[in-house]
Design a protein around this ligand. Structure first.
Ligand code: ADP
Ligand code: DXP
Length: 512
């Protein structure tokens, strides 16, 4: 029986999905690694630990292939976008992996935003000016680590590094390149003018390939460790966002994919590029005929994790001791609070924000607290605030591309039936949830299958492999209640964005 393996190199873990080419999932893998956040704004990872995580998933998958007498038809990759490693002449790392979540390049991004060519940068690349962009990161590296910058012969992201180390392949797919802020959307090439601003040359970056690019042959030392069959085809793949759309079968502009994991995003695949006049959405090329447009959000499930750890730390320990899922238990507590959290609003910007505000210095706030509000009301407001923020991104996406007819949910939030319904009520639109919610891994499998000629019809295969879809209709009374609260949320959002950023500047000053 033929099987495919999809590997998704994510921010907190590498995930793997081994499945039959008719869709049946055989085994999922997960290898976590720590995010190093020892100084303000830092969010780095050790590339060697990620390499170990990927190789552990490969080895574990191969064991199952052998034990169950399966035939591995191919391997394909997905990865988080906007990560940077500087490499020396021998392509040995000079830095850790600086992830998309690292905000130390905020001053560089702010300076670019104020420059006379800010608008042009967005128009040329489709990447909003933000510390996540590799353009801002490179400017930061040159200023803050000049010796390393000078020694850097090459730069790449995590997928390119893993493919180089394991397979000796040095190339970047167009979707990853398009998220760097260095890639020209129209010409689908590295943009020479922008490379000049970043003070690097094209030959310091990997050559570009499409997502179907296929190769084989693992570096012998790794092949021995992993017991890798050298003839197995390996497919380059794409960035996790585009593949998440593929994995939930959101393949055209009438269907939006909403993923809420640690971070969150709303994304749409479109047959034409589309830019937001206020530069609040990204637009990345996926191929010569397809673009992914959307809003990435820092404050997804990570904010619920904060509420669990900071507001319910004692309960969390008790739930864990009783072998209960702490999130499920917290969500039970939240459901004891009436909708709208008894009039309490929460703006979830604990981690600064990308879409819709693109303000790395915005911070979170509770608004409307009264004597009767306690921890359960606060926790409900937290969850509703995460979703209100995403609703405001949905409004911008709808203004730019027209309101999509379908909304498909994936990621950690999709595990909870309560949250599925809450999203339908707050968005006031039906929410569809496929059985298979590891969307990026499945997207990697699907793109691998297309590259290897194992499917001709991606949509048909995606529909079959993402499994039965359950639809949650909005409850009209709840939707009405939420629309009143959302109107207040939207009015306060820009004011709080400005004022909390001023407070953040003071926080930095006091911390010095
Ligand atoms: P990642 O984005 O890092 O790959 P996930 O997609 O698994 O991770 O999402 C993790 C988030 O999902 C957690 O931070 C939490 O907010 C949320 N979560 C975890 N377990 C549950 C659950 N049982 N029900 C609803 N939400 C959950
Ligand atoms: C699209 C983007 C980032 C990145 C993060 O800019 O959101 O791809 O991915 P994960 O799934 O690791 O949060």
């Amino acid at each position: 029986m033929k099987v495919m393996l999809g590997i998704d190199i994510g921010t907190t873990s590498t995930k793997g999905l081994l499945c039959q080419i008719n869709g049946h999932a055989i085994k999922k893998f997960n290898q976590p690694y720590p995010l190093k956040q020892s100084t303000a704004g830092m969010a780095e990872e050790d590339p060697e630990l990620i390499l170990t995580a990927v190789s552990t998933c490969l080895r574990a998958a191969l064991q199952i292939v052998q034990q169950q007498h399966l035939k591995l038809a191919g391997l394909s990759f997905s990865s988080a976008n906007q990560s940077l490693i500087a490499l020396d002449k021998k392509r040995q790392p000079l830095t850790n992996l600086i992830t998309w979540a690292d905000t130390r390049a905020a001053p560089a991004a702010a300076a670019l935003r104020k420059s006379s060519f800010a608008d042009q940068l967005y128009q040329r690349t489709g990447t909003p000016l933000h510390p996540m962009s590799l353009l801002a990161k490179l400017i930061w590296l040159k200023k803050n680590q000049p010796t390393i910058f000078k020694r850097s012969a090459y730069f790449c992201g995590i997928k390119e590094y893993v493919l180089w180390r394991l397979f000796g392949q040095w190339q970047m797919d167009v979707s990853v390149a398009s998220g760097t802020g260095l890639f020209n959307l129209q010409q689908q090439q590295w943009d020479p003018k922008i490379l000049e601003i970043a003070a690097i040359t094209e030959n310091q970056l990997p050559p570009l390939v499409d997502s179907y690019h296929t190769f084989s042959g693992m570096n012998p030392n790794w092949a021995i460790k992993i017991n890798w069959p050298q003839a197995t085809p390996v497919v380059q793949g794409a960035f996790d966002g585009a593949l998440a759309n593929l994995g939930v079968n959101a393949l055209n502009a009438d269907t939006a994919a909403l993923s809420i994991g640690t971070s969150a995003a709303i994304r749409i695949l479109s047959d034409h590029p589309a830019l937001d006049p206020q530069a609040r959405l990204f637009c990345y090329a996926v191929s010569k005929k397809q673009w992914v447009i959307g809003g990435p959000v820092n404050n997804g499930g990570i904010v619920l994790r904060w509420a669990l750890e900071k507001l319910f730390d004692h309960e969390k320990q008790a739930f864990e001791q009783a072998h209960q899922d702490p999130y499920q238990q917290l969500l039970k507590i939240i459901q004891t609070v009436p909708i709208g959290a008894a009039g309490l609003l929460f703006f979830p910007y604990l981690n600064g924000e990308r879409a819709p505000l693109w303000n790395a210095d915005v911070r979170a706030s509770f608004v409307g607290l009264n004597q009767l509000h306690g921890r359960p009301e606060m926790a409900r407001a937290v969850v509703e605030g995460i979703i209100f923020n995403l609703r405001s991104v949905w409004e911008i996406v709808s203004q730019t591309l027209g309101q999509p007819q379908h909304l498909i949910l994936s990621g950690g939030f999709a595990r909870s039936v309560f949250l599925r319904q809450l999203i339908a009520d707050i968005f006031n639109c039906p929410v569809q949830v496929p059985e298979q919610i590891e969307a990026s891994c499945l997207g990697a499998v699907l793109i691998g299958m297309k590259a290897l000629g194992l499917t001709n019809d991606l949509s048909k295969s995606a529909a079959a492999m993402s499994g039965t879809v359950i639809t949650y209709q909005p409850n009209s009374a709840n939707a009405l209640h939420y629309s009143e609260l959302f109107a207040i949320y939207q009015r306060l959002q820009p004011q709080l964005s400005r004022e909390t950023a001023t407070l953040t500047a003071l926080q930095h000053k006091f911390a010095e």
